[in-house]
Each structure stands twice: as C-alpha cells, then as structure tokens.
Ligand binder design. Structure first.
Ligand code: SPV
Ligand code: MG
Length: 293
C-alpha cells in the first residue's frame, strides 16, 4: 500500500487510530518506531521548532522541506497540518501538488481566515465563508497527484464560538465538496461539544478529533462516538521542551556534563535512530575493498 492508501484505510476502518505529533524527521522516526500507524505534522510544533508562531509566519515552501525530511525518514503516512491553505484556493492547489511530491499522504485544511491563529488563543478565530472554503476543498481534491491523497476538512465552528448547527452545516458542505474526512475541533475542557457533534453526524465521511484540552476523556469514549482518528497534536514537542530545559539547567549549574550523561540518550542511540548499521551493510555490498580506511 502507498502511504496515501494507508492513510485512507486508517480513516475508513472501524478502529480508532491514534496519531502522534512530530515536528522533524527524528521525532517522526520516534513516532513510527514506537508503533503508531500515523504521524500528525503539527503546524504549531513545526513552527515553534523553527522559532516561529503558529500564525503563518512560515510559508508553505519553508515547511515543505521539513515535511519531505519527515516523509523520507519514515514508512507510515503523514497527515500535514495545512492550516487555511496558506492563502486562497490557488495556494491550496500549489500546496497539495507539492505535498504529493514530498511523499505526504494527506493534508488537513481549516475553515478560518489567512493568516490563521492557533485555536487555543483567545482572539482572531473568525471563520471563512462556507463558499470560499468549499472552493478550497474542491481545489485540493482536483490538484492531488495521487488518487488516494486525503484531504481532511477541519471546521473551527466551535472554536469561533458558533454552535452545533453551524458546525454540522459546515461539515456536510465540506463532505459534499469531496473531503475525505472531517476534523471537528473544540477548546472545551470536556468532550461535550464533540460528543454532541458525533451523535448528530449522519455523514459518510470519517471523523477526526484533537483532544488536547479534553485530554481527560477516557479513550473508549472515542470508539463509542464513532471517531476514526484521534490526533495527539503536540505532545512530543512539549515533552522535549521539559527535557531540554531540565538538562540545559543542570549543565549550566553543574558546569559539567558528567552528572547527566546517564540520563540522556547515548550516542549509540542517535546512531541507531538514523540506522548507521545499514550503511555498514551497504558498504560491504557496494564498497567491499575497504578503500576508505
Ligand atoms: C496543530 O497541532 O497545529 C493543530 C492542532 O492545528 S491545534 O493546536 O489544536 O490547533
Ligand atoms: Mg495547526
């Protein structure tokens, strides 16, 4: 199966799939090696890892380099956070064509206004018109370079303070426009908005959620609500911040790395992550004369 076919399968099978966030090739590799079947390339954490805010300070061309490194390093599908498509329908077309070439399996587009604001900030959460966003989904589907590339349409209706009716209206319009799945987002600390949406949803498109704020929800709830994919959207980046701050502080205070050496990854761990042994095996096959001693 191609990566796009894998993603389509994960969206459409009966089980809940958990996708974990990655923000560069190393974190993407860790997601895969841990056993996850899918990677979320988060706009928030990719931006932050490059020192930027989650409001389209980086262009899609900046980010495609990162996506390509992540896709080259891994064998499981990557769903890219495409924000609002980095502009209008034309930017969406260019993005989708390029993502296919980068080895990305799908893109998630959200119905806010460019430049977007992270959903958990208390300002600038206005929605685009349904008509404009439908045009973006159609443009994305018409531009995909592989038949199974997945376009996930994300409604920010709840995030912008609108109710269930608006969320459902938008989701049906996006499904009609050709979206392969619907992501419905909520910033509530309980699953109540998502639950009400799922219970009313009569569409055929699978549902995707991001339980960052309602993280205390028991995981069996997702299956019961018929959710297809759960995105753990930022947790590796948050984990790495704590670990890096802790170790940086200790090295600074102790003016030595001796005390922390056993608490960080070994050099061998790095060599294993990037499969140093494979190069040794390849050398024996292709470069047997040991010319580079
Ligand atoms: C992201 O990870 O960038 C997302 C999810 O879009 S959220 O931060 O919840 O908006
Ligand atoms: Mg995002």
């Amino acid at each position: 199966m191609t990566k796009a076919q894998q993603l389509k399968h994960l969206l459409n099978n009966d089980e809940v799939t958990y996708a974990l966030e990655a923000h560069h090739a190393a974190s993407a590799l860790i997601v895969e090696k841990t056993g996850f079947k899918m990677i979320w390339a988060s706009g928030l954490t990719l931006s932050a890892a490059l020192g930027h805010r989650d409001c389209n300070e980086l262009s899609w061309t900046n980010l495609c380099d990162q996506f390509e490194y992540m896709a080259d390093a891994t064998n499981i599908p990557i769903l890219v956070d495409g924000d609002t498509g980095f502009g209008n329908f034309n930017n969406v077309r260019m993005l989708v064509r390029k993502l296919g070439k980068c080895g990305v399996a799908g893109v998630c587009l959200e119905d806010k206004i460019f430049p977007k604001t992270n959903s958990f900030l208390p300002y600038n959460q206005s929605l685009s018109s349904i008509e404009e966003f439908v045009g973006k989904i159609q443009a994305a589907k018409d531009s995909q370079t592989t038949p199974d590339f997945c376009v996930v349409a994300r409604t920010e209706a709840f995030i912008s303070g609108q109710g269930l009716e608006e969320a459902l209206k938008r989701a049906y319009a996006y499904q009609e426009a050709g979206a392969d799945a619907i992501l419905v987002h909520s910033k509530k600390s309980t699953i109540e908005e998502i639950e009400s949406f799922c219970k009313c949803w009569n569409g055929s498109a699978p549902l995707v959620i991001v339980p960052t704020k309602y993280a205390s929800t028991p995981s069996d709830t997702y299956q019961k609500l018929g959710i297809s994919v759960v995105l753990w959207a930022n947790h590796l980046f948050r984990a790495s911040l704590i670990a890096m701050r802790d170790i940086a502080g200790r090295i600074f205070r102790e003016q030595s790395v001796h005390g922390i050496d056993s608490q960080i990854a070994s050099l061998n761990d790095i060599f294993e992550l990037v499969d140093e042994n494979e190069l040794k095996r390849a050398e024996q096959k292709y470069f047997p004369l040991n010319l580079n001693v």
